[in-house]
Design a protein around this ligand. Structure first.
Ligand code: UDP
Length: 442
């Protein structure tokens, strides 16, 4: 991991240094203009042309994605620059936890009246203004510093310069990973950074120890926050959002168990197979085999597939939602400090109980005996399979409402205002999983 960080750092320096020189050469200001509440309404077409000229040059090459427009800013609205990863569009057509979060969060922030710009992979759609710094998506090159540094550097340049007649941004909200955090002290705006991955791995921990002070961090579970180095300013714990009403109610069940995720040992598809065999139940496995996961899939999963244990590849859209809703239970035999685990909340939203190992965020999401069971190993999980029939799908669905997107957006708004110096206080961790109150509270 330290090698990745080093490569990321070097690539970022390579990208940012020429960028600064280009800006100086072009006589463009490196500081944003002074903040003013007076808002000049922008001409959407001129704004789009300007952005595209800056991104792609003039004439604009044919292959670039269009830039969608959001609403003009005004009043005490915040102007928020949200940076998504460059790999997969928002919303994601299939796999993509961060992209699913940003789909809901950006829409909820716009509904709250903010002016939101989403810097994301080509093909992204949102009620926010969408800017796609790169020319292509990179779903098979996730974490390649080359693309991440390029994406973040272009986004930072646009955020700092703004466009003619534009009010400057108030805050940057980064979801992209290491490059933006490492470079956050080079941009003259507060940067809120959501921690999407585990932070207690040795390389990652030392990265955040060193660069964490550049950002105001937000953890996505209390378990994750507890592992933060003391130099990292964790402003609050805000879980990922879900739109429960977009999911079927799960009242009609099939007879299969479900596992959904990346084909890695930490997520445990091979342990899910053990559980299904012990319980004598059918199992459906869904998820992509990402680059680097082929060997694990070929040796640990593929040889054990048969008529009762089926692998259906990556799923998305309505088929995915139905798959969740008809499952008898979702299996989460995780062996890692799961930072959040969107699939658990998705299962609950679809009225499906969750059987999870007691790791990471699982105890914050699953209410033992109410919306699923927290167990120690495969044997206990197989026993719990027989108990899920007593769990009410409506109870699961109600529990998922604690992760309502409106609540999540309101909690982020409090943090944005605080880092902008508009409000004091700390956003506290929400109540535990046994409570039906919203999972976020200020
Ligand atoms: N996902 C999907 N199709 C698949 C596998 C996964 O749409 O075939 C989605 C899943 O529904 C969830 C996300 O990808 O929204 C995975 O997020 P999670 O937090 O569970 O896992 P991680 O981010 O650790 O991979």
């Amino acid at each position: 991991m330290s090698e990745t960080v080093l490569i990321t750092g070097l690539a970022a320096i390579l990208v940012f240094t020429p960028l600064v020189l280009v800006l100086l050469d072009a006589g463009l200001p490196l500081r944003p203009p002074a903040r003013t509440d007076a808002v000049t309404p922008r001409d959407p077409e001129e704004f789009e042309r300007e952005i595209r000229r800056r991104l792609y040059g003039d004439p604009i090459p044919d292959h670039v994605s269009p830039v969608a427009m959001g609403v003009p800013t005004g009043g005490d609205r915040l102007r928020i620059a949200v940076i998504a990863p460059p790999w997969i569009p928002v919303p994601p057509p299939g796999y993509g936890g961060i992209e699913a979060v940003l789909d809901l969060l950006c829409a909820a922030l716009v509904r709250r009246g903010h002016d939101v710009t989403l810097f994301a992979a080509p093909g992204s759609r949102s009620p926010a203004t969408v800017i796609t710094p790169l020319e292509e998506t990179h779903p098979d090159e996730i974490e390649r510093a080359l693309y991440e540094a390029d994406h973040v550097a272009r986004a930072f340049a646009l955020i700092e310069d703004g466009a003619p007649g534009e009010r400057p941004y108030d805050v940057v909200h980064d979801h992209c990973g290491f490059t933006a955090v490492a470079m956050a002290n080079r941009i003259r705006l507060p940067v809120v950074h959501t921690l999407h991955g585990p932070i207690d791995e040795p390389g990652v921990h030392s990265f955040y120890r060193h660069h964490g002070p550049n950002v105001a961090a937000v953890a996505i579970s209390a378990a994750q926050a507890a592992t933060a180095p003391d130099t990292l300013r964790v402003e609050g714990v805000i879980p990922n959002p879900i739109d429960v009403d977009a999911w079927p109610d799960g009242a009609t069940k099939g007879d299969y168990l479900l596992w959904v995720g990346r084909m890695t040992a930490v997520k445990g598809p091979h342990r899910a197979i053990d559980v299904a065999r012990r319980a004598g139940r059918r199992l459906i496995l869904a998820g992509p085999v990402q680059p680097g996961q082929e060997e694990f899939f070929r040796t640990e999963v593929e040889p054990r597939l048969d008529a009762r244990v089926r692998y259906i590849g990556e799923v998305g859209g309505r088929a995915k939602r139905e798959l969740f809703a008809r499952a008898r239970a979702l299996l989460m035999p995780i062996r890692w400090p799961e930072p959040f685990g969107m699939v658990m909340v998705e299962a609950l939203a679809a009225g499906t109980p969750v059987l999870a190992f007691r790791e990471g965020s699982a105890p914050e999401i699953v209410e033992h005996g109410e919306t699923g069971f927290l167990v120690a190993d495969e044997a206990e999980m197989a026993e719990a399979v027989e108990l899920v029939g007593d769990i009410d799908p409506a109870r699961c669905r109600a529990a998922a409402r604690r992760f309502d997107a409106g609540e999540v957006a309101a909690a982020y708004e409090r943090i944005y205002r605080r880092v902008c110096g508009m409000e004091a206080g700390r956003v506290e961790t929400g109540p535990g999983a046994g409570d039906s109150a919203p999972a976020v509270a200020a």
